[in-house]
Design a protein around this ligand. Structure first.
Ligand code: SF4
Ligand code: SF4
Ligand code: FES
Length: 201
């Protein structure tokens, strides 16, 4: 077992537990946001992609703060973690602003921004439907499941995105479950991942 402190509460959890999972067991600790972490039991063994960064927490170490990603960082003996300090809230706000700039109309991103008290930034906003987190790709290609390998990453007109090969798709729906934004759909023949507007030109 490992003993650590989260938001002032001392707890003991199994070795190998992530900070995110440990925090979920502490009553009184608020929700740590996630955008590329699978909460569905059906895909719980999927390897994390650690790309969205909104799960950042503050770790106080030797009087200084560092900011690990809670979804992948395992607990260590004596760790002191703050999930809701001013400094970590500011970090998360900066991160959600980046997602908002890319996906300025996506309901999941807008809701998270609202919860964090972040207004829609000014300037050049995009209206993409995908944060390029890579979870759909991981769900489709990971050897733990069907490993259909129907999703690939492509580049077109300077835009990177994920696309589905209809001839390989098994219509299992794992990529839909894996997408926190809910923008992957199951079409008649195969899953459909939104294509970025820049690439569609
Ligand atoms: S629905 Fe198709 S693209 Fe999506 S995970 Fe299953 S096989 Fe892959
Ligand atoms: S479609 Fe969804 S799961 Fe796939 S990269 Fe985009 S946001 Fe992530
Ligand atoms: S949930 Fe941790 S990096 Fe996305």
């Amino acid at each position: 077992m490992v003993t650590l402190t989260i938001d002032g509460v001392e707890i003991s959890v199994q070795d190998g537990t992530t900070i995110l999972d440990a925090a979920r067991n502490v009553s009184g600790v608020g929700k740590i946001p996630t955008l590329c972490h699978i909460n569905s039991p059906a895909l719980s063994d999927l390897k994390p992609v650690k790309s969205c960064r909104v799960c950042t927490v503050e770790q106080v170490r030797d009087g200084r703060s560092v900011f690990p990603l809670s979804c992948v960082t395992q607990v260590r003996e004596g760790m002191v973690i703050n999930t809701n300090s001013d400094v970590v809230k500011e970090r998360r706000k900066d991160i959600i602003r980046e997602h908002l700039t890319r996906c300025s109309k996506e309901p999941v991103i807008l809701e998270l921004a609202k919860e964090m008290g972040v207004a829609i930034p000014e300037g050049d906003l995009q209206e993409e439907e995908c944060i390029l987190c890579g979870m759909c790709y991981r769900a489709c290609n990971d050897p733990r499941g069907l490993a259909a390998e129907a999703i690939s990453q492509v580049k077109q007109n300077g835009a990177s995105y994920y696309q589905v090969d209809e001839t390989k798709c098994l219509a299992c729906g794992d990529c839909m479950i894996a997408c926190s934004l809910g923008t992957v759909k199951l079409g008649e023949k195969a899953a459909i991942i939104p294509k970025p507007k820049a690439a569609a030109k």
